[in-house]
Structures are given as structure tokens and as C-alpha cells.
Unconditional design. Structure first.
Length: 358
């Protein structure tokens, strides 16, 4: 079956197969990968290899630290103000969908959250143009959601916010194309779309920002302490870290982000083409200039057909196409691990369904 789930991720088959064997016995350690000590040399090597592969994949400059943390992206949304903003300091949020709103909600207890721009009134069909943003003076940072997983929009250009650090939630589009990390203060992502299974997140932070005092917080919530402890202040999610390393290495072996950018552009063009050329049978409402290449929500012209679409697509081996409850309709998530054949199969099904029900 082709899995179009928005997350937890679809993982590439070679990664799953390799993990299957190493789950039983990790090299000659006499134990599974999930049983070896996180402080032992074997796992330290796994952790270091994952970081260096990620640095290579994303061309992360040396003046950026990489943290591997627990708690998902949502926890980072609360930790970012705790680590990088003074109590009550303003922080700008650009809201282009559900996850931007979530980020602001998590930060609200710690900073004076300020909506610099929002496309809510437009039902998030657009991303507010940079020249409409009203940035607070003295803001600790400007937060954006690079790809809105539920609403299906994506920043196609990195906005210029001057000297204020740009913080971006890349949970659902990290590693989908080349990216200039140096344009950001902080990038973060839950792993469970393009980087591996759920249970670990990546925080990429410009090192000078770690010198900020932030706010009183426990050591475990302190990025500086985590960095000092090599992301092992407490027991890290070793299996997830290992899986992330395998997934990142797989992306490098496949040709890196340049190759995935091409594949993702072709997949998205094929699927949006099938929607746009359906004579109104299918519809996607997002401004074409900011349509997501990862998450494609779409509607059938007649809601009454949705049930048949879902059951017939499932029977055809195309699973998890039901849209998020916030938006309704259908959604096809086509992350890096989704091969082009999967999207071709979906488009063929959509054409056939339209002919039979149109
Ligand atoms: N941000 C984005 C863009 C997401 O897509 C998600 C989850 O799908 C989250 C944040 C929340 O991530 P987590 O469940 O890892 O906290």
C-alpha cells in the first residue's frame, strides 16, 4: 500500500529493512540497538554519525549547534521563548495556519506574543506577504511555520527580518529541498515526517543565541545544558536517534536534498495538476504561489462522494487520505519517503474515480 499519512511518517523501505535486522542484534554487541547503553562507545558512534550525516544533508554551518531532543516540536515551541527571550519581551509570530497558532499558544506564558501577520481571515489560503508584516520593536525573534501541515501552504522564500533571529518550524518540510541555514536563528523539527519516526526532534541553533539568558528554567529545559551534555542530559530516545541517522543517511545515498527537491517538485506538480485539470471535480484552495509540496489538501466537488473516495482508495492500496478534521476533505502527504510511483498511483486512481463518479 502507499501511505499518504501526514504523520507519524512514512519511512523508506530500505531503512525499515535494515532496522529490522539491527533490532535483533546490533553488530556484535550481543544486544539489540534498543538495548545498548546510550553512553557506551557503540551508541555514541551512532549518535555522532547521525549528527554528521544531518550536518552534511542540510549543509549546517559550524557556527550552528544541533540538538536532539525529546518532547516533539510542540515542546520546542515552549522552550524557544524560555531560552531566547527575556520575561515579557515581545516575540513576533506570523500565523499562516494551525501550527503557527499552536506555536504562539505554547509561547504565550513566557513572552508577549505579538501577531505580526496572519492569514486567518483568509482561512489560511495564503501566506501574508512580507511587506504587510508589522514587527514589534525589541522582539526576541520572529517565528514562522515553514510548512503548514494541515492547511497545506509553504513559504517559498525565506523572509528577510533584518537582525532579529528568524525562528522556523520545519517539522513537515525539513530536508525536502536545499536550504540556507544561515538565514535562520533557529530551525526546529519533530522528526516524524522527513527525518524518521516520532520521538525525537532536531533543533538547529546559531551558537551565539545560546548566550542569551532567557528565563529561569530547569536544566532539562535549557538548550545550553543540553548542548554541553551532547543532548544526553537524561536518557535520550536511542532507537529514534538511530532511526533518524539511518533515514538521513538514506537521503544522502539517494542524492541528498538536491535530488529530493527534484522528486518533490515532480510529485507536487503531478498531484496539483490532477486536481487543477479535473474540471472542478477536485479542488485545492491554496494560493498556487505558496502551495505545499509536502501536504496536499483537496476537496471533492460533492461532499457526498467522500466516503466512496476513501473506501475505494483504500481498497486500491492508497491509505490515509482522509483530511485533517480542522480542514475536512482529503489530504495526501507526500514526504521524501513517498516514491513518485505512489503519487502516480494516486493520480491514476483519482482520474478513474472522477470518470466513474463525474
Ligand atoms: N509543527 C508542525 C508543522 C507539525 O506538522 C506538527 C505535527 O504534525 C507539530 C508542529 C507538532 O509536532 P509534535 O507532535 O512533534 O509536537
Amino acid at each position: 500500500a502507499w501511505n499518504f499519512s501526514a504523520g507519524p511518517a512514512t519511512l523508506p523501505e530500505p531503512v525499515l529493512r535494515r532496522a529490522q535486522s539491527e533490532m535483533l542484534e546490533w553488530r556484535d554487541a550481543g544486544a539489540s540497538i534498543v538495548e545498548i547503553s546510550h553512553r557506551g562507545p557503540e551508541f555514541m558512534e551512532v549518535a555522532a554519525a547521525a549528527e554528521s550525516a544531518l550536518r552534511k544533508l542540510l549543509s549546517i554551518p559550524d557556527d550552528y549547534a544541533v540538538l536532539f531532543t525529546q518532547g516533539g516540536a510542540t515542546t520546542q515551541q515552549a522552550l524557544i521563548p524560555l531560552n531566547f527571550a527575556a520575561p515579557g519581551q515581545p516575540a513576533d509570530y506570523v500565523i499562516s495556519g494551525h501550527w503557527g497558532k499552536t506555536a504562539m499558544k505554547q509561547a504565550a506564558p513566557y513572552v508577549a506574543t505579538h501577531v505580526a501577520a496572519s492569514s486567518e481571515a483568509d482561512r489560511y489560503r495564503t501566506i501574508p506577504a512580507r511587506d504587510t508584516w508589522q514587527l514589534a520593536s525589541d522582539a526576541a525573534y520572529v517565528h514562522i511555520t515553514a510548512n503548514e501541515t494541515i492547511h497545506g501552504s509553504e513559504f517559498r522564500d525565506i523572509p528577510d527580518v533584518g537582525d532579529v533571529p528568524l525562528v522556523a518550524d520545519f517539522s513537515s518540510s525539513i530536508a525536502s529541498e536545499p536550504l540556507d541555514v544561515s538565514k535562520f536563528g533557529i530551525l526546529y523539527a519533530g522528526a516524524q515526517k522527513n527525518l524518521g519516526p516520532v520521538g525525537i526532534s532536531v533543533v538547529i541553533v546559531r551558537r551565539d543565541l545560546l548566550e542569551r539568558d532567557g528565563q529561569p528554567r530547569a536544566d532539562i529545559f535549557d538548550y545550553r545544558s543540553q548542548l554541553k551534555a551532547e543532548s544526553m542530559l537524561n536518557t535520550p530516545p536511542t532507537w529514534n536517534w538511530y532511526m533518524l541517522g539511518l533515514t538521513v543517511q538514506w537521503m544522502l545515498d539517494e542524492g541528498g536534498v538536491e535530488e529530493f527537491a527534484k522528486r518533490n517538485a515532480r510529485k507536487a506538480a503531478l498531484l496539483y495538476g490532477a486536481i487543477d485539470d479535473s474540471g472542478g471535480f477536485y479542488r485545492n484552495d491554496i494560493d498556487p504561489a505558496v502551495r505545499s509540496r509536502m501536504n496536499v489538501p483537496f476537496f471533492l466537488h460533492d461532499e457526498a462522494l467522500e466516503k466512496a473516495f476513501l473506501s475505494e482508495s483504500k481498497a486500491a492500496g492508497l491509505i490515509a487520505l482522509k483530511g485533517h478534521r480542522v480542514v475536512g476533505g482529503m489530504r495526501a502527504s507526500i514526504y521524501n519517503a513517498m516514491p513518485e510511483e505512489g503519487v502516480q498511483a494516486l493520480v491514476a486512481f483519482m482520474d478513474d474515480f472522477r470518470k466513474r463518479h463525474g
